[in-house]
Ligand binder design. Sequence first.
Ligand SMILES: Nc1ncnc2c1ncn2[C@@H]1O[C@H](COP(=O)(O)OP(=O)(O)OP(=O)(O)O)[C@@H](O)[C@H]1O
Length: 465
Amino acid sequence: MADIPLTEAWHQALDSLDPSSVGPAHAAFLANTKPLGDIEGTILLAVPNEFTKSFIENRLSGELTAALQNFLSRNLRIAVTVDSSLEEEPQPQAVPEIPLAQPPTQSPSTPGTFSIDTAETTQLNPKYLFDTYVIGPSNRFAHAAAVAVAEAPAKAYNPLFIYGGSGLGKTHLLHAIGHYALSLYPHLGVRYVNSEEFTNDFINAIREDRTEEFQRKYRQVDILLIDDIQFIQGKEQTVEEFFHTFNTLHNANKQVVITSDLPPKHLSGFEDRLRSRFEWGLLTDVQPPDLETRIAILQKKAAAENIEVPPEVLEFIASRISANIRELEGSMLRVTAFANLTGNPIDLQLATMVLKDIISDPEDQEITAALIMGQTAAYFGVTMDQLCSTDRSRTMVEARQIAMYLCRELTDLSLPRIGETFGGRDHTTVMHANKKITGLMAERRETFNHVTELTNRIKNKARGN
Ligand SMILES: Nc1ncnc2c1ncn2[C@@H]1O[C@H](COP(=O)(O)OP(=O)(O)OP(=O)(O)O)[C@@H](O)[C@H]1O
């Protein structure tokens, strides 16, 4: 075959792909890719986003390499890099059809009415809506895919698999899908579950001979939202049960949405047959937000709480904390709580003072639950065993709740994992502790001081001081 230019060969290779292996959303993005050059036999491709990069790397690299080799008549490898300037229309393709009788008339921001009963069966948190989710380059695809799935469950992408680091909004998106889908199709059965709860539920069901009930609970839903799937890795029986749950739902044309800290191919402790199913639908990641998005998140949060925070203070906080949105929100809470308690205006000076010790350094050692619990126990003059006990004296409850709050803010541990660490408590206890301390910090100087002092001690220890 005659030599043809790389760009032309690339287009021919794309045209030669089997259309059934490329969905419409991927096709739109693939059209915006281009080869940058040939570096010693490796063709470097520029693609518009991570979503396309991972699709090529995970699903198409063999087929594309073979096609390119064929058109260029030589052996080669391909490497993929993201160039976001290639992005034109970032929305995944419009969903093919609306599955149920009622057409969607509300915007993604409208949560619809939400009763306590619904909250109990769905386990959805009323705060986590599309309306309260800030979209930026770091999460645009994940957000668009989540909206598409809520609008057309089991029709757009099934499963939808969202992965990314801790505190980057995966749980928020899962709940938002549930709310929005329910606002469009109120009769749908929606269930959110963290994979650790799924595990506990499964273990209890076996122990109490209630497996049928368990299966009904998770297999007779229209949308299953399963959070932090990495926690079941290596738990063979639970993985097996989840495999059957997944198959039953998928076969019945029900939607499954999964989140994880890692993409499927890096998840150990799962059989290939399950990992490959995770890739059947759409894989998308969430990245740490850029500065503008972090500022916008804080602005939205301040507006939701009706607190006026000057822009330079929002910028200061957002510029200091970048890796975890939970920590970002926690830092703003500390600043506003302190201003409220002392009657001082929220300004840069106050923010600098409040945050001076809590800003992490990349050199810091990891903060563990054990470190937090040890420091908290010593601070309150109690023992670690007491922290984990059922003792409900005032000091003990306060110490325990503050330690749980700090575990939530300063570590990557999930709610169920924190509950487990504190003597096998339920994740709702951790949620309650978190809410309680968040509220008390803004109301009681004493609580604010305890939390601040403890944070300083914990951060200091993590710095090795
Ligand atoms: N884009 C966003 N807009 C607004 N708030 C956000 C956004 N992303 C995250 N948050 C907020 O940050 C906090 C942490 O997010 P979330 O719990 O969803 O993270 P996560 O990725 O599920 O973390 P983990 O893996 O630890 O469970 C939540 O309060 C959430 O509302």
